[in-house]
Design a protein around this ligand. Sequence first.
Ligand SMILES: [Zn+2]
Length: 282
Amino acid sequence: MDLPPSLLWPLAAFVGLCLGSFLNVVIVRLPVMLMLGWRAEAREALELPSETQPEFNLATPRSMCPSCETPIAWHDNLPVVGWLKRRGRCANCDAAISPQYPLVELAGGALALAVVALFGPSWQGLFVLGACLALLAMAVIDLRTQLLPDLLTLPLLWAGLAYQLLFQPLLLSSAVIGAMAGYLVLWSFYWAFKLITGKEGMGYGDFKLLAALGAWMGWQYLPLLLILSAGIGAIIGILVQLAVPRLRAAPMPFGPYLALAGWVALLAGEPLMAAYGRFFLL
Ligand SMILES: [Zn+2]
């Protein structure tokens, strides 16, 4: 692919913003779809009559205001611009629309630009962008709902193995070990913590997410991923608790920090690993 830079950069930003807009739909609807599914399964297991639910998936119903349920016009639904145009309010009822929408869209645009800067317009870049966007969706879903759906973590793991097979076949064994060790490390932390304190510090989704990152980057990156996520988590956790004391007892999801560490490792992994190696070996 040979695009002039004057076309490539705006195109990457635009595609990133649009993908961010789609991620917002996934972030808001996927947990609801899962809940509806679990509810239907539970009713079936309890031999209760099934409920009739209106159709609900990523495409249906159309985007609407969460408060008054008025469908959103396409020109108010444009990434970032639509939200700014209405100053973060619904055109019909004036209810506030969460800044999550433009922020996720901007993050999608920024990730697309970063991937193009580092990988160029290539198939490898497309895979990495997919991983970065999947991590974005998981981070926000985990923040909102404390869920890391298998529907996202497991495909990310398979995609990581496929990525290594296609682009770095010599490193495939370190990716397989990375996936296994990533799961096992957090699983062991979880059980050690539970046996000692009687509390659950993480969820199984966190193990699967670190397994996925291990597949994308190989087992050599696991210590770096753990140090980054725990470090970022500790700093943000302390800052949030100082700034908003009422959040002191709130559950702290670990997925967003794993996702942040994943972005850093995917986009800046090689120079960081070199620095990390120097720091620990010399
Ligand atoms: Zn409204």
